[in-house]
Design a protein around this ligand. Structure first.
Ligand code: OKP
Ligand code: ZN
Length: 343
């Protein structure tokens, strides 16, 4: 399988993440990519190619223009205000405040466009997010042209990013941008399968009222896990999109047998939908040793479900989302991809 990647993803290296009341080194770190690349080479998965660079192409089809402009200028504007640390949101249009005003003040706008406070911004964040998006588009073009599978080694991840909100380490929704790109190139029905431990709230929000992109997510029960406010089983889509969102919230400690049942159910629904393309939001934070998650998948389980995905017969784009057990992230990601190739 081909991998698409560019070193510009490594321009994203914030120094702080608000975690447990302390600023810690971010879980979503550049080493994740280094370890996956090393494993791709060690396992001889296939060639690693640079994506074509496309500027903002694809972004404005999914994201709000003022949001994109805010992100583009955030670091410079924050520096101009003379702050010592990185931008971290600290106030939101919460339930008792007005949500229909976008403040002029930078701190006010930072909260407006954020959904959480753990995702600090650094100087290269915007360029890295564009690179990550270009990786997703290149992997999608590969699969549209040749079928089979391709891997977009994206970073930063995308599935928490909504039309005009960042957070959960995500800025542009790579999977949503890839799905829209496929739609614009004649693919009638696209399925996005989100196997990251966390619910893909951004992807769900973007496609919630649409019947041309089905979104299915298997994740930690949001009553107990980030992002807490979306991803419950009764969210199934609205309007034309009714029935085209599927959520499988699962309890802490969920192991592979139960997780696999949810996957088989989701894949059956994707086949019934008539998907012509499968986009997998591939987070491997379902791994037992993941430091911020609570499922108990083992490395061999990733190979097994890679094979299950292959058995759909669908052209499949894999896009990296989460996975924070850095030592094992390469093995677990490549096991899914090799399992697919062998399946
Ligand atoms: C991003 B992706 C730690 C709680 C978790 C953010 C999790 C973001 C996950 N204080 N906070 O879906 O892997
Ligand atoms: Zn995750």
């Amino acid at each position: 399988m081909l991998t698409f990647h560019t070193a510009d993803t490594q321009l994203r290296h914030p120094r702080s993440e608000l975690h447990g009341g302390q600023l810690v080194t971010p879980f979503e770190c550049p080493e994740r990519v280094e370890i996956i690349l090393a494993r791709i080479r060690a396992a001889a998965l296939g060639e690693v190619r640079d994506p074509e660079r496309r500027g903002l192409a694809g972004v404005l089809e999914i994201h709000d223009a003022a949001y994109v402009e805010f992100l583009e200028n955030l670091w410079d504007n924050w520096q101009a205000e003379g702050h010592g640390g990185e931008p971290i949101p600290s106030i939101w249009p919460a339930r008792t405040l007005r949500g229909d005003r976008i403040p002029d003040n930078l701190e006010g706008r930072l909260g407006y466009y954020a959904l959480a406070a753990e995702t600090s911004v650094c100087a290269g964040t915007f360029r890295a997010a564009l690179a990550s998006k270009d990786i997703a588009l290149a992997a999608t073009d590969q699969v549209l042209a040749h079928g089979g599978g391709a891997f977009g080694l994206c970073r930063p991840p995308g599935h928490h990013a909504a039309r005009d909100q960042f957070g959960g380490y995500c800025f542009f929704n790579n999977a949503a941008i890839a799905a829209q790109h496929a739609r614009d190139h004649g693919v009638a029905r696209v399925a996005i399968l989100d196997v990251d431990f966390h619910h893909g709230n951004g992807t769900q929000e973007i496609f919630y009222t649409r019947d041309d992109v089905l979104f299915a997510s298997i994740h930690g029960d949001p009553a107990l896990e980030f992002p807490y406010y979306l991803g419950y089983a009764d969210e199934t889509g609205s309007g034309r999109g009714a029935g085209f969102t599927l959520n499988y919230p699962l309890p802490p400690g969920t192991g592979y047998p139960r997780w696999r049942q949810a996957l088989e159910d989701a894949l059956a629904r994707i086949q019934t939908f008539g998907a012509e393309l499968l986009i997998v939001s591939l987070g491997v934070d379902t791994f037992a040793q993941d430091p911020i998650s609570s499922f108990t998948l083992e490395s061999d389980d990733f190979s097994d479900y890679g094979g299950l995905l292959k058995r759909t017969g669908l052209p499949t784009v894999f896009l990296l989302e989460g996975g924070y057990a850095v030592e094992e992230i390469g093995v677990n990601v490549v096991n899914v991809l090799s399992g697919f190739d062998a399946g």
